[in-house]
Design a protein around this ligand. Structure first.
Ligand code: FAD
Length: 401
């Protein structure tokens, strides 16, 4: 088949590679350079974890474990490292049955995982003295967790895709996608490209091409900042794991020292709803708030120098699950996205799920992402609650971002 892919973020590039591997002729279109500086995939680091998927463990844990194997294989082909297994620590107010982390832990135990541990506050302090931990808090440490150098990974995957014969058209905004009896058409400024099937992997811009899907996707602005620390040895991967705080502490999270020479700090609590083309700078309030948090919880990090900050956008579906399915009423145009703030890590395995959908093959790992009854009229993510794949949990008051 001839397949057109709109968007060269992680969903689009992974789909293109998987489809090409199956012998299809694939052309990818991106509105900008690849990686696009405003794509959600273009970032210094994204976490890879197998926890917090309590309501859908079977799908996500299987997918992320497959993805991790593929990331390793890819980086062997790249000849450089993009996947760092540093371990990950979450600090929780409690570890109660029913909470996403507890249920994840039980699930991982049943699956035979031996590297996930629950730590008391004194144990957290002894192993990770960078953190200030309250006596009543609990640490959940998963040695499997780590991070991906996401922007570099997209660059390298695009190079791989080209080497495999995928055509990539940069600086080529797609104006419309059209469905006709013979296939799908991709309309760009200087012409129309015809395909048997078209995959729309346009991230937060999905509503521009598919408004009836986009109206269910809430785009939120998430801010981050970068700090040059004074004593880098205290923050290298392993000594400092990927870390996160539960929603009652505003869902702050961060990474160990990155290749770029700084650490990244961000917040998973949903930010304000914005237009996909919003300015990507950050607000002084965010930086101030982050510093207040760091002084309280990771004082040595707060002593460092802020060397940058920016925003990145989440494309949130009503239930936080991705959307990989034919656009309602079409068998030629497929939508793949709705990353909902957790999509990058699955880059190693989501391509096969998308390719199966394009080929109309049932893949049990793709069923969760079918549209079915998920996108009902008026159904939209309720912003300003923490994510968690369960009922919205009580959170701290909305941040003043
Ligand atoms: C702050 C932040 C932190 C995150 N942290 C994590 C994390 O720790 N772990 C994790 O797994 N995930 C994380 N995510 C989520 C992850 O980044 C996204 O789920 C994923 O990158 C989405 O990929 P995508 O391909 O759908 O979209 P994108 O990467 O945005 O790619 C979409 C592409 O489509 C192109 N495009 C759009 N419209 C058109 C058009 N009309 N014509 C041509 N091209 C077009 C764009 O230029 C872009 O390149 C985070 C996201 C953010 C914002």
């Amino acid at each position: 088949m001839k397949v057109g892919v709109v968007g060269a973020g992680i969903f689009g590039i992974a789909a293109a590679l998987a489809l090409r591997e199956r012998g299809h002729a694939v052309a990818v279109f991106d509105q900008g350079p690849v990686p696009h500086p405003h794509a959600s995939s273009t970032d210094v680091a994204k976490a890879i974890r197998r926890t917090s998927y309590a309501s859908a463990n079977d799908t996500y844990v299987e997918l992320v474990e497959r993805a991790a194997r593929q990331w390793r294989e890819w980086q062997t082909r790249f000849g450089t490292t993009v996947y760092h297994r540093t371990g990950g620590l979450t600090i929780l107010p409690s570890f109660a049955p029913g909470s996403p982390m507890y249920e994840s832990w039980r699930y991982l135990q049943a699956r035979g995982a031996t590297d996930a541990e629950v730590l008391s506050a004194p144990e957290v302090r002894a192993r990770f003295p960078q953190f200030t931990v309250r006596d009543d808090e609990v640490g959940f440490y998963d040695g499997w967790r780590g991070y991906l150098e996401s922007g570099r990974a997209v660059t390298l995957l695009a190079r791989l895709a080209r080497a495999e014969g995928v055509e990539i058209h940069e600086e080529t905004p797609v104006l419309r996608v059209e469905d006709d009896a013979d296939g799908g058409r991709v309309v760009v400024a200087h012409g129309v490209h015809s395909f048997d099937r078209v995959v729309v992997a346009a991230g937060v811009w999905v509503g521009r091409l598919l408004p009836h899907i986009g109206c269910h996707v809430e785009v939120t602005r998430q801010q981050m900042m970068f700090i040059e620390v004074e004593n880098p040895g205290r923050f290298v991967g392993g000594t400092l794991p990927v870390w996160s705080m539960e929603p009652d502490t505003d869902s702050w999270y961060g990474f160990p020292l990155l290749r770029e020479g700084y650490v990244k700090v961000s917040k998973d609590l949903l930010g304000e709803v914005v237009d996909p083309d919003v300015d990507r700078s950050s607000t002084p309030e965010f930086v101030e708030q982050a510093m207040v948090f760091l002084h309280r919880r990771i004082p040595e990090m707060a002593a460092g120098k802020v060397v940058g900050s920016r925003s990145c956008l989440y494309a949130n579906t009503p239930d936080d699950h991705f959307v990989i399915d034919w656009v309602p009423g079409s068998q030629r145009i497929l939508v793949a996205g709705g990353g909902s703030g957790h999509g990058f890590k699955f880059g190693g395995s989501i391509g096969a799920v998308i390719a199966d959908a394009v080929e109309d093959k049932d893949n049990p790992l793709g069923r969760l992402f079918r549209i079915g009854e998920r996108l009902r009229a008026g159904d939209r993510r309720q912003s300003r609650v923490a994510r968690g794949f369960a009922q919205p949990v009580a959170t701290a008051p909305p941040s003043p971002q």
